[in-house]
Design a protein around this ligand. Sequence first.
Ligand SMILES: NC(=O)c1ccc[n+]([C@@H]2O[C@H](COP(=O)([O-])OP(=O)(O)OC[C@H]3O[C@@H](n4cnc5c(N)ncnc54)[C@H](O)[C@@H]3O)[C@@H](O)[C@H]2O)c1
Length: 322
Amino acid sequence: MTPERWLVTGGAGYIGTHIADEFISNGKSVVIYDSLYQGLESRLVYLRAKHGVEIPLIKADIRDYNEIESVIRKYKIDGIVHTAALKAVGESMEKPDEYFQVNLEATSELIEIAKRNGVKKFIFSSTAAVYGSPDTMEPCKEDGPKAPISPYGDSKYQAESKVTAFVDTPGNFGTSLRFFNVVGAAAPELLDNSVENLVPIVLGKLNKGEAPVIFGTDYPTPDGTCIRDYVDVRDVARAHLAAANATTKLPPTMNIGTGRGASVREIIKLVLDAINKTDSAVIEDARRAGDPASLCADVSLAKSAMGFESQYPLEASIRSLF
Ligand SMILES: NC(=O)c1ccc[n+]([C@@H]2O[C@H](COP(=O)([O-])OP(=O)(O)OC[C@H]3O[C@@H](n4cnc5c(N)ncnc54)[C@H](O)[C@@H]3O)[C@@H](O)[C@H]2O)c1
């Protein structure tokens, strides 16, 4: 039987390469579409050598609709994992139009192209940013309030509704997965090269001999610092495999997290432990606007709908970076 062939947009990126790795390990074939705006070809060189397979890379922009349609036809794509996006929350405030173009319009067009070409499966990378800045400490539920506070979160939230319309059509499959804070790496070659998340930011500071900064130490949390849900990138990849293999209809959106929170102080301590440093100065700064005290996932839906549960403890995710 010919293996199922998946197009992974943004497949040279941090999460996209981990999804490609997981899919290939489980008998699927993948084609990568990435502009290399942030992605790295070296990650695909590593994956090709690891699996001993060809992994085609199409270097093109997701907004080049003729190109993406010809790729889908040429490779007879069965399913699309759509991770390509702009993801810097701060930058999205400065360039909202570009964020809506890449994250919303291109997703909408990609879905139209999928429909025209008989692609039936679509899995979309969404984000906890759709929940915005909740004023409760309760874990976020998929059907709870959504109030994105950045063009990034808003563009993803609006794109979800396009994906929902597609997956609700009889005969189509898929879902939008809302990742919380993604950490870890399956191999040094696949490390996150962006500085959007706390762990790479803390590590970067410590590596330069500088003190990590904590924004806000007076939150109503046990140690006064913000709490987030850190999920291992290998678990995120496993969630995609579970969604791709699901034989029953999936909920249109699912949280992908651990259901456990860790505070900024705890993260700094774990990073220090991992690099065998006993202590480091920290700079305590004022709260940043829009940072909720706690943002954690209610993970019950992904478990009941597709049997997905995270496996990697946070300590292991942080150790995997070294
Ligand atoms: N990293 C996280 O913690 C996190 C959390 C929630 C959601 N997400 C979402 O997961 C997805 C993957 O994120 P990531 O952390 O791997 O980021 P990443 O930047 O490493 O990967 C995104 C990839 O998309 C590519 N890309 C960007 N714009 C493109 C364009 N116009 N055309 C073609 N390719 C383009 C980049 O080159 C990059 O390889 C994104 O959609 C992001 O919004 C990430």
